[in-house]
Design a protein around this ligand. Structure first.
Ligand code: SF4
Length: 367
């Protein structure tokens, strides 16, 4: 089974295509003060190493807008400026060379201010994300929601539609759209409604998902539904804390839906009364050791032989526990037996061999 993605048109944020069948890209946002250029660039570099495709940077004031030029010049990936309330900051960001703009036009008071931004973005061929949040609808919709005359999802879509019409009336179509609420069902409903009437690419996520386990679960459920519905062209997991964690979670969500082919997928058994080795500790060590690995590999860590090599036969490399020892297997075939204390190293050695063989294979076929 594969996921049927919604037909969307493409926009480009720097060298990253979004929409029209491009791989679902991963976005995150820096959490440093943008005026601290060194710290911000360090975080951008860490995000890119973790697998982030596009990084958004907050622009709350003119000093932050001033810092953008240096950040954009040294960033290894495209930069999107996140601007609220101020047309002049959006114009400064565009002048600084950002690759995209995130705007909630509902937060900019005057239509002619929005028009100035759209005009400048059009001249520079810079896409704009119309980012409608449930908490900041276009003027006039909030009272209707509060009076029960309109559902929140409908109001979010009506807000987006109003801005889309305004942008299109100026001939601007480098648009992507996000409709975010912290409630999953409202978010899904909003994307369902908008998907019926436009083909602009969608940036999807569950906003303010929360901290730690709560945020990860909420993001996985919400994004899982949105991706499965085919709505995702680019995604952002919003978590309180280290932004690299957002990227790790986003990658794992895509991997779990067979939409990301880079990086290893570590599966481990839940353990039970038959468990003969410390599966949890081994799995954590293996995940850490392979955190920056980009080769697609399936790695299995199984607690006992009952569900060992046979159950995980499609794993490229796996280990299974025995009494004080463990077996290392490749594609279901046992290749080594080692003491438990040596299992992690033995598994990583087999991973290195698989990588080496993979790298040699094209050379052999060319000769
Ligand atoms: S693989 Fe073995 S130890 Fe792990 S859950 Fe299954 S039966 Fe239990």
């Amino acid at each position: 089974m594969t996921i049927a993605r919604r037909q969307s048109v493409a926009v480009k944020i720097g060298n990253v295509q979004i929409g029209n069948g491009a791989p679902i890209s991963i976005q995150s946002m820096t959490k440093t003060k943008t005026t601290d250029v060194i710290a911000t660039l360090e975080q951008i570099q860490a995000l890119c190493r973790t697998g982030c495709d596009i990084v958004r940077v907050a622009v709350p004031d003119s000093a932050s807008a001033d810092a953008l030029r240096e950040i954009v010049a040294s960033s290894p990936c495209p930069i999107v400026a996140d601007v609220h309330y101020s047309a002049s900051l959006a114009l400064m960001a565009l002048e600084a060379g950002v690759h995209g703009l995130r705007l909630n036009p509902g937060n900019i008071e005057r239509h002619d201010d929005v028009a100035r931004i759209v005009e400048k973005a059009g001249q520079k061929h810079i896409p704009i994300r119309i980012g409608v949040n449930a908490g900041s609808l276009a003027r006039g919709y909030r009272p209707q929601v509060e009076q029960g005359k309109m559902g929140l999802a409908e109001a979010m879509v009506a807000s987006a539609r109003e801005f889309i019409n305004h942008f299109e009336s100026m001939g601007f179509r480098q648009i992507k759209i996000s409709l975010k609420a912290s409630d999953i069902l409202t978010t899904v409903q909003a994307y369902q409604l908008l998907a019926r009437e436009c083909r602009y690419p969608f940036h999807v996520g569950i906003t303010e998902a929360g901290v730690g386990r709560t945020g990860i679960i909420k993001s996985a459920v919400g994004l899982g539904i949105l991706i499965f519905e085919g709505f995702a062209d680019t995604i952002r997991v919003s978590l309180t804390g280290d932004p690299c964690q957002e990227v790790v979670v986003a990658k794992k969500i895509l991997q779990s839906l067979r939409l990301a082919t880079d990086g290893p997928q570590v599966i481990s058994c839940p353990t039970c009364g038959r468990t003969d080795i410390d599966v949890e500790n081994i799995a954590v060590k293996v995940e850490e050791a392979l955190a920056e690995e980009t080769m697609p590999l399936k790695i299995a860590i199984m607690g006992c032989v009952v569900n060992g090599p046979g159950e995980a036969r499609d794993a490229d490399v796996g280990i299974t526990g025995g009494k004080g020892v463990g077996l290392v297997f490749r594609k279901g075939e046992i290749v080594r037996k080692v003491p438990e204390a040596e299992l992690v190293n033995a598994l990583l050695e087999e991973v290195a061999k698989v990588k080496h063989e993979h790298l040699q294979a094209p050379r052999r076929s060319r000769s």
